[in-house]
Design a protein. Structure first.
Length: 431
């Protein structure tokens, strides 16, 4: 089987932020050009090499595009959003030097828009890039990431398939895995990630694949297997923040709460992302350590206030915090605006939960129906749906709550006990 056929088979036979996955290889547009800069740094340091290149040839648009891509790649690793401004400047400089037919800068700007969660702008950039060069892969990567977040799932699948046809490498396989997972096919997603891992040529790509395989195992309640993949990710890249969070979740599932808390504390010091802050706060709340949770809750509340004042893309995780620990009405208002922008199942689930917390269960269930439309099986989706069904007196509530706990009984140290308690209170809940 050729590499191209192997890539096509992942989606065809089997049936993705900051970024969903690795951004792709360095640009080859300037292959063969003479570089007059100082000797390059080690090839593993993509950002240093790109900076050296622009110093050596500051009028070269391709060098500036590669610098933008390298800044994005470093942002994906560090979760330092301040780097996005540097990437933007690099792409704008490239476009100023070459306004027309500048594929690398247009595709790079689309990747930047995805990283900023401006998915509509990313889709437009992806369309421009693929129209410019239909046989180059990065434009389809941009489109796949944007469309799956906008909720255009058929288009996302088609563009992911095209990406794999053109470049059956780590970026394509990881997007295929996310597409398959979103459609409720975790076993096939695992196959795609295994192929990505086999294709990985850098420690960062290896770490990304390992922690994503760990996430799939975690979502299926396979705690020990998940933890092993998180360990492998950290062995490849010790500062993989998502693998660190995964290890903390696994420790909490094993009752090692002090170890989990210590890991989370170190993590949020370096990467105070809403996901990590919520996970730490809810672990502490589940142990009745409300005072310890206050710094995390205060940081999240400040992010909500800033978002409410300045506008911008709405993070569903941040809104789940707001629904559970803040004012649900604020979460509903902000998520309605986000839902108008994009019909992602993640937004549908968060809005449905916020509506439930605001006492609007009939409308909530309609949104949760839409969240289930792709078939994505997650414990939190099933828990949200079962809880709303119970509030409405629906007989299927016990089935959904039981499904959540069967899928992953450790899905949340804060919510899983509530799911068990609610299930036990329902007729037939202990059956």
């Amino acid at each position: 089987m050729t590499a191209a056929v192997g890539g096509a088979a992942v989606l065809a036979c089997a049936g993705a932020l900051l970024a969903l996955g690795p951004s792709g290889p360095p640009s080859s547009a300037d292959a063969g050009r003479t570089v007059t800069a100082a000797p390059p740094p080690p090839p593993t340091d993509r950002l240093a090499a790109a900076r050296s290149a622009v110093r050596g040839r500051p009028q070269d648009p391709y060098a500036w595009s590669e610098l933008g891509l390298a800044e994005l790649d470093r942002t994906r690793i560090t979760l330092d959003a301040a780097r996005l401004a540097d990437a933007d400047q690099a792409f704008q400089r490239s476009l100023a030097l070459k306004p027309d037919a500048n594929y690398d800068a247009v595709a790079g700007a689309g990747m930047l828009a995805n990283a900023r969660h401006d998915f509509a702008a990313a889709r437009e950039a992806g369309r421009r890039a693929t129209a410019m060069a239909p046989d180059r892969p990065i434009g389809y990567l941009v489109l796949a990431d944007a469309e799956i977040q906008l909720g255009d799932y058929p288009a996302a699948t088609a563009d992911t398939q095209r990406l794999l046809d053109l470049a059956p490498t780590v970026p394509g396989y990881t997007r295929a895995a996310y597409d398959l997972e979103t459609h409720g096919r975790p076993e096939e997603a695992r196959i795609a990630l295994e192929r990505a891992r086999q294709s990985a040529s850098t420690p960062g790509d290896t770490a990304f694949c390992e922690h994503r395989i760990g996430d799939l195992a975690w979502d299926q309640g396979q705690v020990d297997e998940a933890d092993e993949h998180y360990r492998r990710a950290l062995a490849a890249t010790p500062d993989d923040h998502y693998a660190q969070a995964g290890r903390a979740r696994a420790a909490a599932a094993h009752g090692q709460n002090e170890e989990a808390t210590a890991t989370y504390r170190t993590l949020v010091e370096h990467a105070p992302q809403p996901q990590f802050l919520v996970e730490l706060a809810e672990l502490q709340l589940s142990q009745h350590r409300d005072a310890d949770a206050q710094p995390q809750l205060a940081a999240l509340a400040a992010e909500v206030r800033l978002l409410d004042t300045d506008g911008g893309p709405v993070d569903p995780t941040l809104m789940l915090y707001q629904a559970d620990h803040g004012d649900p009405a604020v979460a509903v208002r902000l998520l309605r605006t986000e839902w108008d922008r994009r019909k992602s199942v993640l937004v549908a689930d968060a809005l449905g939960w916020a509506l439930h917390r605001a006492g609007q269960d009939a409308e909530a269930l309609g949104l949760l129906d839409q969240a289930a439309a792709t078939g994505w099986h997650t414990a939190s989706f099933a828990y949200h749906r079962g809880t709303v069904e119970a509030a409405l007196g629906r007989p299927e509530a016990a089935t959904d709550l039981r499904a959540a706990l069967r899928l992953n009984p450790y899905f949340s140290p804060y919510h899983a006990p509530q799911a068990r308690q609610l299930l036990a209170s329902l007729p037939g809940g202990n059956g």
